[in-house]
Write a protein that binds this ligand. Structure first.
Ligand SMILES: Cc1ncc(COP(=O)(O)O)c(C=O)c1O
Length: 368
């Protein structure tokens, strides 16, 4: 019998004295937010830009806001956007919010990332954009996807909500595509109370930054003291000072914490005795680690009874009522039924990791 332990959480932001102090300092400063993105927000943007080595960065208040804003830069009215269905619903919502139609494409069963071989057959005269997701932080095959985009004259926007600190071709995710969207939700590797960011690498990055800055604050432009103009619509999407102050400290720790996640993922990939688990890949941030099990409901209940929290990332979104089951996607349907996410956060002790592995292997060997 395996001994019972304290509850092991699926996600757990790492906070220390520095984060605590920064929150108190912002609180006492009485400067909590500005639509124009001054103070800690501006500093966070610069520091994150230097970290990923992008041309520009625009901080916003969520990954959802980042996607909505980035997609607003492409004319999607009556156009199609290719994306995976194995993702959080924000990825598809951003398409609809901007007047486009999501076209779901199947994923590869080894990586759970969009399969580039499936993309071309879904391209039509109406396709405007490809929107891949770096699933769990594992980088998509950007070389192939970029080639397809160039050949077919399509825009590429990356959903990098899981990929803060991931690398591709020796460069940080955020430095490749023209627009790359991050999330800093509390469960993410770089955690804030709420936050997101758009990295811009387009050659006209300065003018895009101007547009994005305006759209993240209600369309406001040409500020001069109390005077300003509004030339188009916008949203209240700007990041607050508490988030940015915490984010600056989280960013300093990101590489170190991702290294701990990678170590955990390596052990999982070597020691979990299941047929299908997330591969180990040194380039991955390991926002989460996924495994596939046959009887997910029973498996998750047994894990929960053993004090281990697990998750389901994700229920495929093309089956949600809003998307009216547009297409059968064989890999996605199967993965969607079997996938379970297990903890990789850096607070896990070696004995937590051993316990999680033992429990999974025990349930598996009991043929449940
Ligand atoms: C793949 C993906 N895209 C977008 C988002 C949206 O990010 P946020 O929760 O910060 O709005 C998430 C959040 O979980 C996500 O996992």
């Amino acid at each position: 019998m395996l001994e019972m332990k304290k509850k092991i959480k699926l996600f757990d932001p790492i906070i220390g004295n520095e984060e605590e102090k920064s929150v108190i300092n912002v609180l006492k400063s009485h400067f909590w937010a500005s639509g124009s993105g001054e103070g800690h927000v501006k500093e966070f943007e610069t520091q994150f830009k230097n970290y990923i080595n992008s041309r520009d960065c625009i901080a916003v208040n969520s990954g959802t806001a980042a996607l909505n804003l980035a997609l607003s830069l492409v004319d999607l009215k009556n156009k199609e956007v290719i994306l995976p269905s194995l993702t959080f619903v924000s990825t598809a919502h951003a398409i609809i919010q901007n007047g486009g139609k999501p076209v779901f494409v199947d994923v590869n069963t080894i990586t759970n990332n969009i399969d580039p071989n499936e993309i071309e057959s879904h391209i039509t005269k109406k396709t405007a954009l490809i929107l891949p997701v770096h699933f769990g932080g594992l980088p998509c095959d950007l070389n192939s996807i970029t080639k397809i985009c160039k050949k077919n004259n399509l825009a590429l926007i990356e959903d990098a909500a899981h990929a803060a600190g991931s690398e591709y071709n020796g460069k940080k995710i955020g430095s490749h595509g023209e627009f790359v969207c991050f999330s800093f939700h509390p469960v993410k590797n770089l955690a804030m109370p709420t936050g997101g960011l758009i990295a811009v690498n387009h050659k006209k990055h300065k003018s895009f930054k101007k547009i994005l800055n305006s759209r993240r604050w209600c369309g406001i432009t040409d500020r001069d003291d109390v005077n300003y103009d509004v030339k188009g619509p916008g949203w209240n999407y700007y990041m607050n000072e508490f988030s940015a102050a915490i984010g600056k400290i989280q960013l300093k720790k990101l590489n170190k914490l991702n290294k701990i996640r990678k170590r955990t993922a390596k052990i999982y990939s070597q020691e979990i005795e299941l047929e299908s688990t997330m591969p180990f890949d040194d380039r991955c941030s390991y926002h989460f680690f996924w495994i596939r099990v046959k009887s997910r409901h029973k498996f998750r209940k047994l894990m929960n009874d053993a004090g281990i929290e697990t998750g389901t990332h994700y229920k495929p979104i093309h089956n949600m009522t809003l998307f009216a089951k547009r297409k059968y996607l064989s890999n996605t349907e199967l993965i969607g039924k079997e996938i379970v996410t297990i903890p990789t956060h850096p607070s896990l002790s070696q004995s937590d990791i051993d316990y999680i592995i033992k429990k999974i292997n025990f349930i598996n060997s009991s043929n449940i």
